[in-house]
Design a protein around this ligand. Structure first.
Ligand code: SF4
Length: 541
């Protein structure tokens, strides 16, 4: 980790303190290169023995006194009673033909720990695979002092709960595997007044890798075999996916996930989420909780005023997005609704208590949903007139439009629960929604601004494109629910929506909604940790 510290102290903090990791082509290539040297093929010979050309591979060394541990790719006989640590790197030396400073630091740590063990080390070497070159590094007293000082600085950074600020305009960021987690340019942009912001160059991939797998086939079993997720029914293979392509497994109703399957999924940080047959999100299993403890501490310690300020911005953002939805999609004249929503969005920013904010949000929701059927076009095969009479109903939803809305909100909250949890938040402790048993209150908070953009947009798509019809719903005991066929149609539309790329309103680059939700959760984390003074909701124009 010391090489990360030398590369960028923030990278060191994110990986070592917050335990946030992301893979990249560079990381994967590095792992591939290490497949040979990571095979342990020899202990270090005793200091008193002659090496006689012997080598030791993949040797682990540590020093509690120095607070250091390392794994040496290779240790060779250096002649004259000395040994040489050799490190394998996939890239190339710098322009002067020397080792990069972060690579050099890692080699010096290896030399230091070998010296701690009593071996004589006068030089270290790095093998750069790309140029097939060995680069020598002098190991003298000055170098040992340098590494000792660097270790002391790294420990100071590690003891601070807040990560050092991102590098500014650094070429290192474009090559950094954590750029989508660190958000260097994005955090800087959010500190700049909106009118002075310039569009950013996106440094991360526009879409997140991996997709959820939804299993709705009743009686199916889900297991893992040879790094593939398999769905079987009566023993027959129905579907199979490479695990590296799977981000979560969502099972509906009577679907069994084998114990071995759950363990294999959790070991790869793939959560398993259970839903009732009707689509009620009833639980989730994930690997060990996120190690970003400082984020959870900051979340729980947030003052009531800070929580209210974040909630104001989220609710105001939601109302503005609702207004934009109506403006874009309503086929009838909206009358004063647009102006009223605009006014309510302003009032939400000024609410002086959670109760007042709740009242404003309720008023805006009533106005918005009263106009919602105006966005359903002639292409719809589903009669939404009941919604006009019922208004928004839940538990149970009373008509098809309410059933669609409820199901899409469930999907949205499920994804935000997974996202927030993965970052290290406790998704059950909210800012606006109060904690209640089993309710992912923080995910519900963050969902507010995304409801119109994602959930309600999907509802309109499946209705207006005729993707659902009357047979996709079933009415029972005063409620209305989606049939399996309807649920599948919604799931397809929902995933399509998450993959849709939009121009990010704050940053000016293209990103999928899936990526945008991830960024937004990380922005919230930056506010909690004091890296940003204020939360900026995701609001489209
Ligand atoms: S993206 Fe840049 S600032 Fe952030 S951790 Fe990586 S190198 Fe450091």
């Amino acid at each position: 980790m010391l090489n990360e510290f030398v590369y960028c102290p923030r990278l060191f903090h994110l990986e070592w303190v917050q335990q946030q990791f992301a893979t990249s082509d560079d990381v994967e290539e590095g792992l591939y290169l290490h497949r040979v040297v990571d095979r342990e093929t020899g202990d270090l010979p005793d200091k008193s023995e002659a090496w006689d050309g012997r080598v030791a591979r993949s040797v682990s060394l540590s020093s509690p006194r120095l607070g250091l541990a390392t794994r040496l790719d290779l240790v060779e006989d250096g002649g004259d009673g000395t040994v040489v640590p050799v490190d394998y790197k996939k890239g190339h030396p710098n322009r002067d033909g020397r080792a990069w400073s972060s690579d050099r630091m890692q080699s010096l740590v290896q030399a230091l720990l070998l010296r701690e063990e009593g071996y004589a080390v006068e030089r270290a070497e790095i093998w750069y695979a790309e140029t097939r070159q060995r680069v020598h590094i002098a190991v003298d007293d000055a170098a040992m002092q340098e590494i000792t000082d660097t270790v002391a600085r790294a420990w100071r950074v590690a003891s601070d709960p807040v990560a050092p600020p991102p590098l500014r305009d650094s070429p290192k960021c474009a090559r950094c595997s954590l750029v989508g987690i660190c958000l260097p340019d994005e955090l800087e942009a959010l500190k700049t007044p909106p009118r002075q912001r310039r569009p950013l160059k996106r440094l991360m991939a526009p879409v997140l890798e991996g997709r959820p797998v939804y299993v709705t086939l009743q009686g199916a079993t889900v297991g893992v075999r040879s790094d593939r997720l398999e769905v079987r029914s009566s023993g027959e293979l129905q579907a199979s996916y490479r695990l590296i392509d799977v981000s979560q497994v969502c099972v509906f109703g009577n679907v069994t996930v084998s114990a071995q399957g759950v363990r294999a999924l959790l070991s790869r940080d793939i959560p398993v989420l259970w839903f009732s047959y009707g689509g009620w999100f009833s639980g989730m299993a994930e690997g060990l909780p996120g190690k970003n403890v400082d984020l959870r501490i900051a979340q729980f310690r947030a003052s009531e005023e800070q929580q209210l300020e974040i909630a104001r911005r989220m609710i105001s953002g939601k109302i503005r997005n609702s207004r934009t939805m109506l403006r874009r999609n309503a086929r009838a004249e909206l009358g004063r609704v647009g102006d009223q929503l605009k006014e309510l969005a302003i009032q939400a920013r000024q609410a002086d208590s959670p109760q007042q904010l709740l009242g404003i949000e309720g008023t805006a929701a009533r106005l918005y949903f009263a106009s919602f059927p105006a966005m359903v076009g002639k292409g719809s095969r589903v009669d939404v007139s009941d919604f006009q009479e019922n208004g928004r109903t839940r538990r149970p939803p009373k008509d098809p439009l309410n059933a669609l809305l409820s199901f899409c909100y469930t999907l949205l909250v499920k994804d935000l629960t997974v996202t927030l949890s993965g970052i290290g938040f406790d998704p059950y402790y909210g800012m606006f929604h109060r904690p209640r048993f089993g309710r992912p209150a923080l995910a519900l908070d963050l969902a507010e601004e995304f409801r119109p953009l994602i959930a309600e947009s999907v509802v309109l798509q499946v209705l207006n494109n005729g993707e659902v019809g009357p047979r996709d719903f079933r009415s029972r005991a005063g409620g209305c629910m989606l049939e399996t066929s309807g649920r599948k149609a919604v799931l397809r539309a929902y995933e399509r929506r998450l993959d849709q790329e939009i121009t990010h309103p704050q940053f000016g680059y293209k990103a999928s909604y899936r990526r945008v939700m991830d960024i937004q959760a990380r922005v919230l984390g930056a506010v909690m940790l004091g890296e940003l003074d204020e939360y900026t909701a995701m609001v489209t124009r």
